[in-house]
Ligand binder design. Structure first.
Ligand SMILES: O=C(O)CCC(=O)C(=O)O
Length: 249
């Protein structure tokens, strides 16, 4: 793995302190770059208490170990509410780093959190979660120390290792489509390790049925030219009319 492939780290501290030196602008730019190159980044100083995440993961392990699976509700709900706050912050940052009108992404937060336990690898089976992209706007992942989450970057699997209370953030298909593929929805997977693994995945999704297409801000001049041509030289066949749902870059 080349050093440039490793997951970029973004320090969100400026969003929680007085922004005396334009720190939020620097962090916003770091998010934009990470989402363009990797579709993933590791958020540190993210405002979600590290001991809260550790307790939630411990309780998740205890929950899965219980024969009757009683829910450790309170901690998980507290974690959910902190992730909701962080999700809103990341969406605000993305909104800004994509140069969109303020608040455009604020309705894209129909949230869902999944608590998972992965079984240890066996000789026959080491796939914890097979390769996929997320259908969400963004996903936040909090994991224990076992590891195994990997991100596909330029044909190589880059480990998204746990560490230092960081939270892994990734772009989902909704933001990829809205940004006309300027931001990546990266393929990822979980490879099973020797131990049980626990993680919390928090997804921000659009609410209900919603038409998702590239925002005008991300359309190429070329596409706009095609739209003009539709009008000045309308194609004879309806299926030859170029429209945004068929245009991919
Ligand atoms: O458990 C994890 O670390 C990641 C799970 C995942 O890829 C997902 O929920 O989409």
């Amino acid at each position: 793995m080349a050093a440039s492939d490793a997951l970029p780290v973004v320090d969100l501290a400026p969003f929680f302190t007085e922004d005396v030196k334009g720190g939020t602008a620097g962090a916003t730019e770091a998010v934009r770059q990470a989402c363009q190159t990797h579709g993933f980044f590791r958020a540190v100083n993210h405002g979600v208490p590290i001991d809260l995440m550790a307790r939630a993961l411990e309780l998740s392990a205890a929950f899965f170990a219980l024969p009757d699976r009683r829910r450790p509700r309170e901690t998980v709900e507290e974690c959910y509410s902190k992730f909701t706050e962080l999700g809103l912050l990341i969406q605000k940052i993305l909104n800004e780093c994509m140069g969109l009108p303020p608040g455009l992404l604020k309705d894209y937060n129909d949230d869902l959190m999944i608590v998972r336990r992965y079984l240890p690898a066996t000789e026959e089976e080491s796939t914890g979660f097979s390769t996929h992209e997320d259908a969400s706007c963004i996903t936040l992942i909090c994991q224990d120390d076992v590891g195994g989450l990997e991100v596909l970057k330029d044909g190589h699997w880059v480990p998204a290792e746990p560490g230092g209370g960081s939270i892994i953030v990734n772009i989902g298909d909704v933001i990829k489509v809205l940004s006309n593929s300027k931001l990546k929805s990266a393929t990822h997977q979980v490879v099973s390790k020797a131990a049980h693994r626990h993680s919390l995945s928090f997804f921000s999704n659009p609410h209900g049925d919603r038409w998702v297409e590239p925002l005008p801000e991300f359309l190429y001049k070329e596409y706009q030219g095609l739209l003009v041509r539709n009008k000045t030289h309308p194609p004879a066949r309806h299926e030859d009319v170029v429209n945004i749902t068929r245009y991919a870059i």
